[in-house]
Design a protein around this ligand. Structure first.
Ligand SMILES: [Zn+2]
Length: 339
């Protein structure tokens, strides 16, 4: 049985709303498409036997709204002329590599789920999403957003929703929803860091670097290092993320601010990883992975419950007691008591 999935697109609805209110036509069309995606049942997973290896098929929708589209590259095939196809192919492989090499997880479901994608979806579609069985990428409008295949962390983010769906199954609203979003940002960033072999100190800790078109005042969609500073632009609005519990945003929009309040646990992970030093996917990433997949975390966990679970995972996984102490300190710095 397929666990319940939800629809998450990488650009949060409030960003497209802000653009649509100013008459930006691609954002209006993208919002309408996303509403239809949200209402539709997520696609059932393919019923074929698992291959016990990474398998990728990239399709080209040719600016229609049809998936999977014409197959343009398959597992093991040579790069093609279309950069979007190759970036999608590579980023799916990078995501598989982090989970397989570092955490011993066989694809996002743990059972060799094929990692497929469709590129060139829709016309100037300002988003990318995981539909339950594949990644779907728009080209962006070229004015606000670039091609959505440019950010490997965006792909890692979306696929991690699949991991969460198959593990802790965090409810997609309020604090558990912000945790669901946050773990997607955490492992999305780790996919990029692992692919580039970047240490915690060298990483940019951005989600969606390169996505904003030239002229837009901003560097990415979110910053784990400095939540609330990713963009501040007349057309796009200002990054609304808090970095501390005292600035928690109570809202009924965005499922209770799941893309907003995720800044708080995001920042805790950044603080932990940089305090520990070295590569973030090692100690900090292992603690978060064990918390997410260990079977102890409730689907409706709030920030405090999640924080305490990370401390327990640090104690269970690392004999060095200073690791757990560092986890407690990181949460404390964002206003959450995990002791
Ligand atoms: Zn998401």
């Amino acid at each position: 049985m397929t666990p319940a999935a939800h629809f998450c697109s990488i650009v949060p609805p409030y960003v497209l709303d802000h653009l649509a209110e100013q008459g930006h036509e691609p954002a209006q069309l993208s919002l309408a498409l996303d509403a239809a995606h949200r209402a539709a049942r997520l696609t059932a997973l393919p019923a074929k036997a698992p291959a016990h290896q990474l398998t990728r098929i990239i399709g080209d929708a040719h600016h229609t709204q049809k998936t999977p589209g014409r197959t343009v590259r398959q597992e093991g095939g040579a790069p093609v002329a279309d950069g979007s196809v190759n970036r999608a192919y590579d980023a799916l492989g990078d995501t598989f590599a982090l989970y397989q090499d570092v955490y011993g997880r066989h694809s996002i479901d743990g059972s060799w789920l094929p990692l497929d994608a469709t590129v060139h979806y829709g016309v100037k579609y300002d988003n990318a999403f995981w539909d339950g069985s594949r990644m779907v990428f728009g080209d962006g409008d070229g004015v606000i957003f670039n091609d959505f295949t440019v950010s490997v962390d965006v792909i890692g983010h979306e696929l991690t929703h699949g991991v969460t769906q198959y593990s802790a199954g965090l409810d997609y609203h309020d604090q558990s929803g912000a945790l669901n979003e946050s773990v997607s940002d955490v492992f999305g960033s780790l996919v990029k860091q692992y692919a580039l072999r970047q240490s915690a100190a060298d990483a940019d800790w951005l989600i969606g670097a390169g996505l904003l078109a030239p002229g837009i005042q901003g560097v990415a969609l979110r910053s784990m290092k400095a939540p609330g500073t990713a963009y501040d632009d007349p057309q796009l609005g200002k990054d609304p993320q808090p970095a501390h519990l005292r600035d928690y945003v109570d809202t009924s929009e965005d499922e209770g601010g799941v893309h907003i309040n995720s800044g708080i646990p995001n920042h805790a992970f950044y603080l932990l990883a940089t305090a520990l030093g070295g590569n973030a996917w090692e100690t900090a990433g292992r603690i978060w992975y064990a918390t997410l997949t260990g079977g102890e975390l409730a689907h409706d966990a709030d920030f405090t419950a999640f924080a305490r679970a990370t401390v327990a995972a640090a104690r269970a996984g690392f004999s060095d007691a200073s690791v757990a102490t560092t986890v407690v300190a990181a949460w404390s710095q964002v206003g959450i008591s995990a002791g």
